[in-house]
Design a protein around this ligand. Sequence first.
Ligand code: AMP
Ligand code: ZN
Length: 321
Amino acid sequence: MLEGFDRASYGKISKNAKCTRCKERAYVHLPSHHANFCEVCFLYFFKRLVRKALVFFRVNPATPILVAVSGGKDSLALWDVLNELGYKTEGIHIDLGIKGFSEASREASERFALSRNLTLRVYSLKEIFGFDLPEIKKLTKRAVCSTCGALKRQFLNRLALQNGFNTIATGHNLDDEASRLLGNILRHKHQYLEKTYPFLPAVEGIMPSRIKPLYRLEAEEIRIYCQIRKIEFFQEKCPFSKGATNHMFLEALTYLERKMPGTKRDFLFGYLKSKSLPLVDRASLKACVKCGAFSYDEICSVCKLKEAISKPSSKETQYEN
Ligand code: AMP
Ligand code: ZN
């Protein structure tokens, strides 16, 4: 039974509705799939879409996966379902040092790992970078969300390789990917559109492959999964992300989705179909002259940020959205 599930917000289901797959009583209605499911069949549906993504990424269950865990619903559902599918996983969490928010995120990640007897590696941004996020926010004029995103991406890549992993998975879902696509199209950000793909292959010894196994699942479907699997996630949005433009693009898509179920999926999948796998050109990567990490420039983005923090008057570069 999906106690507390706000069905009114996600397609009403009548008392007599039957599961599309097994004809037992249904508990959820998925408007964009024109389907009703009982709990058992919902889990089957959910796992099938994750497996489909992993087959597309050519990741088989023998491949160890490092799961980037924030403590939110997406990354905990991702970690849970990868284990259910028989993948060998460990989790990694970066504590950003945001008062209240980061403690709760870390606790939710640790509680989940403990409950499933899984290994979680925890790093603090302050230790690995020298500054936590509130300090970075204070010391630079850069947009804090994109700076945080770039730092997490860089450190997750580096820490994955250091810990012997060649594949890193994040909890990005269909809503995240579709709203980012909409934002980048509306603003003609062609350089970021190139990288809009749920899978980025590895560059041997330099960069692990990055996968988003939940890219076929909507946020609401992930919430239902957490409810059925009794996953206690941390709900709050990051206090630094208030007013982030991505939320507005998602609101616009949610409006369209309500009027025309399936819009988000058609928008994202139609776009991905027209694209080929983005490849990182190994020849264009150099070792950063400061820290030795791979970079497209002489100095990597982490070292550039550190420089900007130490010399706040220096010219600042913007990060990818
Ligand atoms: P966000 O950028 O908050 O939308 O998160 C997107 C994905 O990045 C999450 O689903 C996680 O997989 C990963 N992630 C976000 N924050 C952290 C964190 N503090 N530590 C590790 N992974 C994270
Ligand atoms: Zn069923």
